[in-house]
Design a protein around this ligand. Structure first.
Ligand code: SF4
Ligand code: SF4
Length: 475
């Protein structure tokens, strides 16, 4: 029985409710007036119910899809402006006790296994800092013996403790397996930013089919965010579907139901939604997955998500190629990874690549191989402001303190100046001559768009201070 407030995964992601939503949507999709009404509602930034979103997911004709894309872009610009926040994943360990069919780290794969020592981690962090990164996403396979929570906690402490000429890593987000309430408390105590855990698929029979090992427990996995938020007191969580495992309509509707559940049960919805898409990887029989998502459908489902949860950050991964990423940014994504390595020790190359005679392999094959500076140049050319901002987390604007700011439309007043300040830092510390010229032009232009005169003045004075050597100034 569908109940968004229930703590039982089978009730807040009720299979019948998802199926009924799809069936109802098939009947309503030809009602042009109703579609208009949904789009009008979306443009007021009130969000959509999963049933309304289901109707938009049924749309197929180009003209209707164009309308959705336009609305998605408008909403993103209204709430967050044209900044794109950048981050990098950092792999700690590829030991894993699970045997997920879609992942190169599955335990049946004969690949070299390794884990960063604290010294190797420092090397990685130095290499990432030298690329300009301030916000990291830690990744690790599930292995309570080889990669226990205390190891992850030590890694977070090591990262925050590293200080460089140009600053430090300012926000550490964590993507590790579903765990206990006690372990979430440990992550909270050590100051994680967002806790991310992808559902992979909400379709229980498929979920159980593609998983083996502790991760196969659907309820334990799907209820993890409740433990993280309600028991672990983690303010910000990030969810996501691995598109390609099951029908994208089913999974998108269920993901929106998950967001509705978190809002109902924890008082605040997901801070971010990521959109990984199944990719070829070592030992993965990619072609055997019958639900691979086409670009056109992927773009549609992302835009519909933007309309449905306007205040949630949307994360684009380097799984998409550069050209398609550009198209996707236009329909509402607000964060992206840049210059990613998806292997252990991939940035500094200090970790050995062969372990016990076996070669290490990346978790999946990347599609965007550009260096961060090239990603940034691409963003600037397309009129976006690259941002290394981490201000909200550090100013305590998280969880239920963040959402009112986003919902009242005020967050843009923070995002724009903070994006410009962190971009100015990047220009001073890392950029080549070409980017310095492009960046100055962009900052001079965009600073005039800060609506509040006092805030604009303050931002201008902060910019001057950064140019004279100050760092980490923020709103
Ligand atoms: Fe392990 Fe995660 Fe890969 Fe599954 S998806 S095999 S849990 S690393
Ligand atoms: Fe993100 Fe807050 Fe910075 Fe905006 S001001 S980019 S919401 S951290």
């Amino acid at each position: 029985m569908y109940n968004p407030k229930s703590k039982d995964a089978n009730e807040f992601i009720d299979n019948n409710e998802v199926i009924e939503s799809i069936e109802e949507a098939k009947k309503l999709v030809n009602d042009a007036q109703y579609i208009e009404k949904i789009l009008e509602k979306a443009e007021t930034c009130k969000g959509l119910t999963h049933r309304e979103a289901a109707v938009l997911l049924e749309l197929e004709d180009d003209a209707a899809l164009e309308k959705i894309y336009k609305s998605a872009k408008k909403i993103k610009e209204k709430i967050y402006g044209n900044r794109i926040v950048l981050f990098a994943p950092l792999y700690l360990s590829n030991y894993c006790v699970n045997n997920c069919k879609y992942c190169a780290y599955k335990c049946s794969n004969k690949i070299g296994r390794t884990q960063l020592s604290q010294e190797q981690l420092k090397e990685e962090v130095r290499a990432l800092e030298a690329l300009g990164h301030k916000r990291l996403l830690l990744e690790a396979g599930e292995d309570d013996e080889k990669c226990p929570i205390d190891y992850v906690v030590d890694c977070i402490k090591t990262i925050y403790a590293e200080k460089f000429k140009n600053g430090s890593i300012r926000r550490v987000n964590v993507d590790i397996a579903a765990t206990t309430a006690e372990n979430y408390v440990k992550l909270k105590e050590v100051g994680i930013g967002t806790y991310l855990l992808f559902q992979e698929t909400y379709h229980k029979p498929t979920y159980e089919k593609v998983h083996a090992g502790p991760k196969k427990n659907y309820e334990w996995h799907t209820e993890a965010m409740d433990r993280a938020m309600l028991d672990g007191k983690i303010d910000d969580v990030g969810i996501g579907v691995l598109y390609g495992l099951y029908d994208y309509k089913y999974d998108t509707i269920a993901m929106l139901m998950h967001a509705e559940h978190l809002e109902a049960a924890a008082g605040v919805g997901p801070h971010t939604i990521s959109f990984p898409r199944l990719l070829p990887a070592e030992g993965v029989d990619y072609k055997s997955f019958p639900y691979l998502v086409k670009d056109r459908d992927f773009k549609k489902l992302a835009a519909v998500t933007r309309l449905a949860v306007p205040y949630t950050g949307m994360i684009l991964t380097t799984r998409e190629n550069a050209e398609f990423r550009r198209e996707l940014l236009d329909i509402g994504f607000s964060q992206m990874s840049a210059g990613s390595s998806v292997g252990v020790g991939g940035y500094s190359d200090t970790a050995k690549k062969v372990h016990e005679g076996l070669e290490e392999k990346p978790q999946f094959n990347l599609a965007d191989h550009r260096k961060p500076m090239d990603v940034i140049k691409g963003l600037v050319k397309d009129g976006y402001i690259p941002s290394y901002c981490t201000a909200c987390y550090r100013e305590g604007r998280t969880g239920d303190r963040f959402m009112p700011l986003a919902k009242s439309g005020q967050i843009g007043n923070f995002c724009l100046p903070n994006a410009l300040l962190t971009f100015e830092e990047y220009l001073k510390d890392y950029a080549d001559e070409e980017l310095k010229v492009m960046g100055k032009e962009l900052i001079d232009r965009e600073i005039q768009n800060i609506p509040d005169a006092r805030r604009r003045e303050k931002a201008l004075s902060y910019l001057e201070r950064i140019r004279s050597g100050d760092r980490d100034l923020r709103f």
